[in-house]
Design a binder for this molecule. Sequence first.
Ligand SMILES: *Cc1c(COP(=O)(O)O)cnc(C)c1O
Length: 397
Amino acid sequence: MSKKEYINKAEAELLHTYNRFPLVLERGEGVYLYDTDGKQYLDFAAGIAVCAFGYGKKELNDAMKEQIDKILHTSNLYYNTPVIDAAKKALKAADMDRIFFTNSGTEAIEGAMKAAKKYAYTRDGHAGHEIIAMEHSFHGRSLGALSITGNAHYREPFEPLIPGIRFARFNDLESVKEQITDKTCAVFVETVQGEGGIYPAKQEFLTGLRQICDEQDILLVMDEIQCGMGRTGKMFAWQNYGVKPDIMTCAKALGCGVPVGAFMMTEKTAEKSLVPGDHGTTYGGNPFVGAAVSAVFDLMEKEHITDHVQEITPYLEKRLDEFVQKYSFVKQRRGLGLMQGLVLDVPVGKVASRALEEGLIVITAGEDVLRFVPPLIIEKQHIDEMAEKLDRVFAEM
Ligand SMILES: *Cc1c(COP(=O)(O)O)cnc(C)c1O
């Protein structure tokens, strides 16, 4: 079938919830992807910050194949060995004490919301607690996660959502303080805001949040779904700030392509939180995803992925900064590690589309940000190749 035929078929079958790029991807190798016509693309999106090792990573694939031949699924009514290993590695990397595996980031957020509410319920002996979330945040599309997503356009058609959600301005401590009431049970924050436009948290903001939360026994919940798993040069972005959350969520690169998420918490939080009967999932943390997560953590350690991200980041920043110097419509670069954004004064969707023609996959964030979330294994030569292709696109704008 031709590309056009694939796309027509897809548009006739799939619910139209995405305006997709006209690209039918078939296979990948390293940091390159190939479409059904055999055209090669340099990938600076990694399936939205998922494919940390790019494509066709042998150790990862072998670990998964081996598990497929043993057992895929058992349900959570029984124990399984791969998830025990995966849990141990995740908790060690995150310096957390308890973990619950989910099937997606959204579900990790749902679980974190329930965990926070249950904590306050146990402590106070009654329900009715509130959550503070940030403007321009993104936490997912289910009704719970949507309730704390700071984008009115996403929320409006589905209201009424969960009551008791208050929004504060990101990186504005005073704004958070204004929203605190005696009912507040948790503050949810992305350590680096992703979908909203690549905004890293400021040190004073996170330090201040931690202090306020400690003083008032409010849980600090950090969404590390996009910025976690080595992307910022630490396993989790909060480790750059030395501000530890009470609950954190993780997904995307946790499975490097296998659908899995997790929420983790400290023992102190867990003691007053979810107990048998409060939460569950059929698939979550099954042997297959357990094997994948376990292999991902092993590989990240073996390949010193956080060191690599720290080493390569200044080069990506330098090449992106050159665009800010060279083109007046490139307003600003911001980001942390291999999670970077260029703020553009020209339509970002158009730039991303033109980049595809040049054989470069980049995505957008917010209204005006071109987002760079490449596989974590990229080298200088790939950054140069990206810059060359992007320069050709920018030169035309
Ligand atoms: C992607 C994302 C989510 C939602 O994760 P899904 O796996 O798509 O459900 C939540 N929070 C953040 C910060 C994300 O980037």
